[in-house]
Write a protein that binds this ligand. Structure first.
Ligand code: TNX
Length: 503
């Protein structure tokens, strides 16, 4: 006779299911009560949902089927099992959800689809880490603890920036990171699409930008670019996971790749030689040039047309060699172009000194006074202070690589900071963004190592209420979460600040 595993016997005997420890979630939910007992997913478990929430149900089923091998049939119009309830009349803010696990069923409720999606992301974290695997696990019971959760984000903008200009990363690499971002409840992917070393987006009215400017990268590699079709597909992939892509075309500085593509953008009439060094140079546009303003408008127009999101990031950083009068006039012109395209301007904190009319966003990286100037004009702030948010910085002296100009950023430095500068209010800050500059990051392995687990820390900074954050608590939850990252194949940096749970 085959013996049943003890846990299964217990589950049969005890209708409440076996007790499980309290879940260790990242980011931490706003409120959680852990009870006795558990719910077990089995071959009969359905996911019930109304038609308008079906997308979230299908995504949950697809996330869990490979590892569990369970059918997890999505029953539109059904009830019971794992019940997803999308109800706009619920008294819940955007992106918020409630999640209740009982021994005989699960309810996830939200007033919008994003909230329902985030409820399912939390549900995935209630399961054993192996449930995140893309291959069938011979595992025993897929159980989740009895728990009640009420959860909502602190900030509406929870982002990561990836610099695809210094080194190019193709759509598959970005899709993989989008999946990880969504699991951590991020909702923005800012793509730094252009810089001195490369131009990464096809512009049909100026084809040499991609053909010539896209053919270089740091170190002289082949670079690459997204065709407009590829880019649209990527934006859609992200949107399905409630991530809005924010494209950045960096002007007037960091424009070398454009000037290397077209002679007419240069005073000499000749294209520049390409630049493939790692050190920052920031070649500015030739602002007096007869073709330049038309060029800028064409580029922003095409990028806007590919962008369902509300924002266009125009860079504005490190405009070396541009007078402040020229700089101010140029940024004001860019805002007019962006607005004419129906979008909202985002720029690095240097734009704060330019008189601009709200709405616009300023991304604080270096100079808090600039950021405050922008807020005084009615802007909202995206907080990316380099000393906490720059993901190209070294994590510790024992990490293999990374820059150090903004210091070393280990997980605790990525975690322990307050995005709202002293004297400003939460309402002045739209959210946070970790930024991965890629001068020295040229592979999936390096990207994983620099992004994770620091982005998990940023996820909590952006999502959890300020008074709900606690490093000692986070490091324990992160240690357990590492198992899930491992199962997902993420080559994260195993910081010594955390006791990692081995799978
Ligand atoms: C500063 S941050 C830059 C980037 C570099 C980065 C390297 C910003 C707006 N400009 O051009 O890649 O430092 O850490």
């Amino acid at each position: 006779m085959r013996l049943l595993p003890v846990s299964l016997l217990l589950a049969c005997v005890d209708p409440k299911g076996e007790d499980l420890p309290a879940p260790l979630l990242v980011p931490a939910p706003g409120w959680m009560e852990h009870g006795e007992g558990s719910y077990t997913l089995d071959g009969d478990t359905i996911i019930s949902v109304s038609a308008d929430g079906a997308a979230a149900a299908d995504q949950l089923a697809e996330a869990l089927r490979p590892a569990t091998g369970l059918a997890l049939e999505v029953v539109v119009g059904g009830d019971g099992g794992i019940a997803l309830e999308l109800d706009p009349s619920l008294d819940l803010p955007p992106e918020a959800y409630t999640l209740d696990v009982f021994s005989d069923g699960v309810t996830i409720a939200a007033s919008d689809l994003a909230g329902l999606f985030y409820g399912t992301q939390t549900f995935r974290q209630l399961l054993p880490a192996e449930a995140a695997s893309s291959s069938r696990q011979a595992d025993p019971l897929w159980r989740v603890p009895v728990v009640s959760i009420e959860d909502e984000p602190r900030f509406p903008w929870r982002g990561a920036m990836i610099d695809v200009a210094r080194h190019f990363f193709g759509p598959e690499e970005l899709e993989r990171q989008i999946d990880l971002l969504a699991l951590h409840k991020f909702n923005r992917l800012h793509l730094h699409l252009t810089d001195d070393q490369g131009w990464r987006i096809e512009i049909r009215s100026w084809p040499l930008l991609a053909e010539v400017g896209g053919s270089t990268e740091v170190g002289g590699g082949p670079g690459g670019y997204y065709t407009q079709d590829e880019y649209v597909a990527l934006v859609e992939y992200a949107a399905e996971r409630h991530v809005t892509v924010v494209p950045e075309i960096d002007f007037p500085g960091h424009a070398h790749a454009a000037l290397a593509s077209y002679g007419e953008l240069n005073e000499s009439g000749e294209p520049l030689d390409p630049y493939t060094g790692a050190p920052v140079i920031s070649t500015p546009l030739w602002l007096e040039g007869p073709a330049t303003s038309g060029f800028v408008a064409d580029v922003l127009g095409e990028v806007a047309a590919l962008t369902p999101g509300a924002w266009l990031h125009v860079g504005g950083d490190e405009a070396i060699g541009v007078s402040s009068a020229q700089y101010g006039a140029f940024i004001a012109d860019m805002q007019a172009v962006v607005e004419a395209e129906g979008k909202t301007l985002v720029g690095w904190d240097e734009i704060g000194v330019v008189p601009l009319a709200p709405p616009f966003l300023t991304q604080h990286w270096l100079d808090e006074d600039n950021a405050r100037d922008a807020v005084a004009q009615g802007a909202q702030l995206v907080a990316s202070p380099a000393e906490h948010a720059y993901l190209d910085m070294e994590q510790s002296t024992s990490a293999d690589y990374g820059q150090t100009w903004a210091g070393r950023i280990d997980v605790q430095d990525a975690y322990d900071w307050e995005p709202v500068p002293v004297g400003l209010d939460d309402a002045d800050v739209v959210g946070i963004e970790g930024a991965m500059w890629s001068e020295y990051i040229d592979s999936r392995e390096r990207m994983d190592f620099m992004l994770w687990p620091r982005l998990a820390a940023h996820a909590e900074v952006g999502w959890a209420a300020a008074d709900a954050r606690d490093w000692d608590d986070f490091r324990v939850r992160l240690g357990a979460h590492g198992e899930r990252l491992e199962v997902l194949g993420v080559g994260y940096y195993a910081s010594r600040q955390v006791e990692w749970v081995e799978p």
